[in-house]
Each structure stands twice: as C-alpha cells, then as structure tokens.
Design a protein around this ligand. Structure first.
Ligand SMILES: [Zn+2]
Length: 207
C-alpha cells in the first residue's frame, strides 16, 4: 500500500484509542517498513512472494517484542514494534488475492459495501488458493516509474506484485475493500495485543 494509505489506516483504526505520541511513533515505524532497504529481502514486511508463514511468524515476533519492551518500561520501542506489525497486516490485503477471493463469493451479484468486508474469513485465510504477488527484480522496479509502468506490465507475469497489488485507488474498486479490511484488521491486532498486557502495561501502551 502507498504510504498515504498506511497513514490513513492508522488514524482511522487507532485514532480514538491512542495518545497522539503513541500513534505517531507507531505510524512512523509502519511507513518506515517501505524504506528502500526494507524493500529487498524482507518479504515478511509486506506479505510478498507468498511468504505467509514467514510473515505470520514476524507478526508474532513483533507482538512478543511489544510485551517484552513494555515490561522494561520502554513504551516508544514497544510502539515501534507494534507499528511494524501493523504494516504487515495492512499489506496483506493489498498484496494478496484475499479480497479478490472474498468478492468472488458473490459470483456476479452486487457485493456488500466495502465496510462489510470480513478481514479474517478462516476459509480464505487457510485457502490453498491464497497467493501474494511475486516480485521480479529488476523489471518490477520499472513498475514504480510511472512512464515505464505500461512496459513493465507487458513484461511481468500475472502473479507479480505489479499485476496483483491493491496499493492505491488506481487499481480499481477492490482497493476500497482492501482499505476497509486493513482498518478492521489493525483494530483486531490492537485488541489481540492488548489482551496480553497487564493494567500498567496497557497504560504505557496507549500513551
Ligand atoms: Zn509494504
């Protein structure tokens, strides 16, 4: 997902739950995952290349880090760990075919509005057909240069990130479903993380 949408998702999902400082540290850590160095060899940051198990493990590693850091009274580092976790779960909806499979169920009928999307349908999450976009450097890089995008799409296979992504509204109506699923999922991850915390740790975490 493009940076501006990660920011929007963070504010939309957690804006009412967190202090300004906590939310801004989380949001910074979230968008930092898309830095240049975070784009190479880090499929687990973005759910790329079908790295589902690796990304799930990364998410739980960051959640465990949140708890360990709060125990040490280090709220800013805990906020950063949670911010990194949110980046991965948000990219899941933009980089996998989850939304396409969810919409496919309505089979020609008008699907429910985007806010009705179920972000954690177990049949889809565990579906053998679940895929995420593959990256094909260096042709994939051309996709990010607007002038070269049409050429890159001609050269890249349909299972590439370039063809599969729902990173921005340019990708059509499915993007709004990816946004709404990411907002709901971010809240779910927040609640899930909070259940592992003592009262004092919750106080620190919300900022
Ligand atoms: Zn990303």
């Amino acid at each position: 997902m493009l940076t501006e949408y990660h920011i929007e998702i963070m504010f939309e999902s957690l804006g009412d739950h967190l202090g300004t400082r906590a939310l801004s540290v989380m949001t910074n850590a979230n968008i930092k995952q898309d830095r240049f160095a975070g784009q190479f060899g880090h499929d687990e940051f973005h759910f790329d290349n079908n790295a589902f198990a690796k990304t799930d493990a990364y998410i739980e590693e960051q959640r465990a880090l949140v708890i360990a850091l709060l125990k040490k009274n280090d709220a800013p580092s805990a906020w950063s760990a949670f911010g990194r976790l949110t980046h991965s779960v948000q990219d899941f909806y933009a980089h996998s075919n989850y939304i396409t499979m969810w919409l496919h169920r309505f089979n020609g009928r008008t699907p429910p509005a985007p806010p009705e999307v179920d972000p954690l349908d177990p049949n889809l999450i565990h579906s053998p057909d679940l895929r995420s976009g593959k990256t094909y450097p260096p042709i994939e890089w051309m996709y990010f240069i607007r002038r070269l995008r049409p050429l890159s799409l001609r050269l890249l296979p349909k299972d590439s990130h370039a063809w599969m992504n729902l990173d921005s509204p340019e990708q059509g109506f499915k993007f709004e479903y990816a946004m709404q699923a990411a907002i709901k999922r971010t809240r779910i991850e927040y609640e899930k993380t909070m259940t592992g915390l003592s009262r004092e740790m919750i106080g620190l975490f919300v900022g």
